[in-house]
Write a protein that binds this ligand. Structure first.
Ligand code: ZN
Length: 287
């Protein structure tokens, strides 16, 4: 993995218009984790068709993605509501605007241990804002095949970059989505798989690898769109629970819901409110 300071190049950056979508955020939830250091929480924020996920155990916290640019303040408020002013790590899974958009606000308002992102250049204004925000900060860029592990209290989270960049370039899938960092979080006997926006080629790479993707809980890829091989991923992962991060204006597609029902998976969506998952290392409950 490459580590460096402010070397993110804004190559080919087109300064597009920030797309305010006017969606409403509902990110105020009480997550009682600081008092219960043995409870792991995963708060999937209700930020429309976007990702912002707070993982906390005791005094330790990690943020995965930060929604769109106009979600940044709500993400910072949600972190503060959970008593978080220090992030052990801030992970940008990829540079689409609904993941990197709020990053600048988070970086301006939080003490951050590690900033981790995939090794490619984004091409939107939100990526440009992120690059400016990490100026003079150390950023870890994960190249193909890279993995890294983060300790979050008593939990461990391993991040996986794409295994073959050339392979995912050669496809109709969106390259950015397939470059997403995938995370597997383990707390004693419970495990959680967070798949960002991966599409069919990347899912295929995953299920063809030797890595154990089995989990109790999965964050469904790409906001509940239906991807070829998603059924195979569910078969390999065998989760009991699933969370879909999307807005009420773009609900999960029927084919995906049918696949979840067929696999007997209990699923939740962030359309109306945050979905908070708790684990004591043995059992999982969702509010
Ligand atoms: Zn997305």
């Amino acid at each position: 993995m490459k580590k460096f300071k402010s070397l993110l190049v804004i190559a080919g950056l087109c300064v597009g218009l920030l797309s305010g979508c006017g969606k409403e955020s509902n990110t105020n939830t009480t997550v009682p984790t600081t008092a219960q250091s043995d409870v792991l929480s995963i708060n999937c924020l209700s930020v429309g068709k976007a990702d912002a996920i707070i993982i906390q155990q005791g005094e330790h916290a990690v943020l995965i993605d930060a929604g769109e640019s106009n979600d940044g303040s709500a993400v910072v408020s949600a972190l503060k509501n959970q008593g978080i002013s220090n992030l052990d790590a801030f992970i940008i899974t990829h540079y689409d605007k609904d993941h990197v958009g709020g990053a600048q606000k988070v970086i301006q308002n939080m003490e951050i241990g590690r900033i981790i992102c995939p090794d490619y250049e984004g091409d939107n204004a939100e990526y440009g804002a992120f690059v400016r925000a990490v100026k003079n900060k150390e950023v870890e860029k994960m190249d193909e095949k890279d993995t890294t592990t983060i300790q979050i209290g008593e939990s461990n989270m391993t991040l996986y970059a794409a295994t073959d960049k050339a392979d995912i370039m050669d496809t109709k899938d969106e390259f950015d989505n397939n470059m997403s960092l995938v995370a597997k979080l383990i707390y004693n006997n419970n495990s959680f798989l967070l798949t960002a926006d991966i599409e069919k080629k990347r899912i295929k790479q995953m299920i063809e690898s030797d890595i154990d993707w089995s989990c109790d809980w999965i964050k469904i890829p790409h906001h509940g769109r239906y991807q070829k091989f998603v059924k195979k991923l569910l078969e390999a992962a065998t989760p009991e629970y699933a969370v879909i991060s999307t807005g009420s204006d773009e609900p999960p597609v029927e084919k995906l819901e049918a696949a979840l029902q067929e696999a007997n998976i209990t699923y939740y969506g962030t359309m109306e409110k945050n979905v908070v998952t708790y684990s004591d290392g043995e059992k999982i409950w969702i509010e």
